[in-house]
Design a protein around this ligand. Sequence first.
Ligand code: IMP
Ligand code: MG
Length: 178
Amino acid sequence: MENHSHDIQQIIAPEDLDARVVEIADQIRKDYSAGAITLVPILDGAFIFAADLARNFKDVPLELCFYKTKSYVDEVSGELTTYDPLLEPAKITGRNVLIVDDILDTGKTLSALGDKLSQLKPKSVKICVLLAKDHSRQGDLDIKADYVGFQIPDVFVVGYGLDYNGMYRNLPFIGKMA
Ligand code: IMP
Ligand code: MG
């Protein structure tokens, strides 16, 4: 059986995640003047971040439209697999769409989803990520997030939704794999 216990060193504490999520939610509510938003969380990684954001929107008319992709095996970004049936056009067309992802790394995921969403003619599309890695692997994709929780170094992280081969999404902090 595979050994699932890795050395994980906390780099962002649960209380810092909570505080930052509240700040981002406030900023978003102001920017949209508390108008209607369709949140598009990218599964599986964004599920905890999106849930915490959503419950901080309180007074905002909110819809959720989940989307699922997978590109990582081990610590390597590979071919992107998408699961389109989860995208419901009625929640996208003419709406203010806010894509929510766990982390912006190469930008491949967000660029592919952006293209699919624009075919459905949303009123606007913005991107919110919990983490963004400091590096230049984004190449010519040039994907910029409108809202970023934390800028982190180019290391592999887990917890608060992020996984290593499916494990560690349940950790309440962001940790670095040692
Ligand atoms: P991108 O398409 O290369 O920007 O990768 C984004 C996706 O890869 C995210 O949605 C994550 O699921 C995954 N990913 C990228 N970096 C990490 C990491 O450090 N830990 C866990 N997952 C990661
Ligand atoms: Mg992911």
